[in-house]
Design a protein around this ligand. Structure first.
Ligand SMILES: [Zn+2]
Length: 227
C-alpha cells in the first residue's frame, strides 16, 4: 500500500509495545470504515493479535496457518538462530497452539489430497483445460464451490456462510516424456487459504470428497476465488 511508506516516521514506536518501528516489519490497523489509521503496530504485536484471535475463536486463518507451519519447521529443525529474540519468545510461549494448528493443517491437507485424487485429477482438470471461461461455480449440500484460475494455477474455494477453504492445483498435463524422465508423477495440490475452525474445515472437505461429481458451470462474477 502506498500509504504505508508515509505512515511511519523516523523513530516512531509501536502503539502497543513501544518498540521502535525503524527497520522492522509493521502493520497498519485502520478504523472500521477504513477511512483513517487507528494505530501502527510492530510485526510481533500483529502476530500476537492473530494468535489471540485464534485462541478465542478456534478459527484457523491463512496467516495463522502460515505461521504455524513455519513454527513447526523451526521446532523440528531446532533452529531459531536467524530469528529476532521477540519472535523466538513468541514461538516458545505459543508452542502448544502453534503445533496444534500445524497438525490440524496437515490433517486438512490430507483431505485436500483426497479431493485431488477423487475430483481434480480424474475429471475437473480436463473440464478446466477445455473451457475458456475463467470463473465457475457449483453447489454441494451445504457449500458454494467456486473455481478460478490463471497462469497454470487453479483455485477452488468451498464456502459456507461463515467458513471457507481454498485449495490450489496445477492444470499441467503430464506428457509421456515427463513420465519417462520423472516417473509417474501424481500432482499434489495444497491449501491456499483458510478461514475455518479445524472441525468445520474437515466437515467441508469430507462433504466434497463424498460427492460423486462436482458439476461446475461458468459464472463470470467468480473472480480470484478465495483471495
Ligand atoms: Zn509491538
Amino acid at each position: 500500500m502506498a500509504s504505508d511508506m508515509l505512515s511511519v516516521k523516523p523513530g516512531q514506536k509501536c502503539a502497543r509495545c513501544t518498540q521502535c518501528l525503524d527497520n522492522s516489519s509493521y502493520s497498519i490497523i485502520y478504523t472500521k470504515n477504513c477511512e483513517s489509521i487507528k494505530e501502527v503496530i510492530c510485526g510481533i504485536c500483529n502476530i500476537v493479535e492473530y494468535m489471540d484471535d485464534y485462541k478465542k475463536s478456534g478459527i484457523i486463518t491463512t496467516r495463522i496457518m502460515m505461521e504455524a507451519s513455519l513454527a513447526k519447521y523451526r521446532f523440528e529443525e531446532g533452529n531459531f538462530s536467524s530469528l529476532r529474540e521477540e519472535y523466538r519468545q513468541f514461538y516458545l510461549q505459543n508452542k502448544v497452539p502453534l503445533l496444534k494448528v500445524a497438525n490440524d493443517v496437515e490433517e486438512i491437507k490430507n483431505l485436500v489430497d483426497k479431493f485431488e485424487d477423487k475430483h481434480w485429477l480424474p475429471y475437473l482438470k480436463k473440464y478446466w483445460n477445455e473451457t475458456t471461461d475463467r470463473g465457475h461455480i457449483a453447489d454441494s449440500q451445504n457449500c458454494t464451490i467456486m473455481m478460478w484460475g490463471s497462469a497454470g494455477r487453479v483455485l477452488i474455494t468451498a464456502e459456507e456462510p461463515a467458513d471457507n477453504i481454498t485449495m490450489i492445483f496445477s492444470d499441467y498435463v503430464t506428457t509421456e516424456e515427463d513420465i519417462k524422465k520423472y516417473g509417474n508423477m501424481t500432482q499434489r495440490g495444497g491449501i491456499q487459504g483458510i478461514n475455518a475452525t479445524k472441525e468445520k474445515a474437515v466437515d467441508i472437505m469430507s462433504e466434497l470428497i463424498k460427492m460423486k461429481k462436482i458439476k461446475f458451470h461458468p459464472k463470470e462474477s467468480v473472480k480470484l476465488a478465495g483471495l
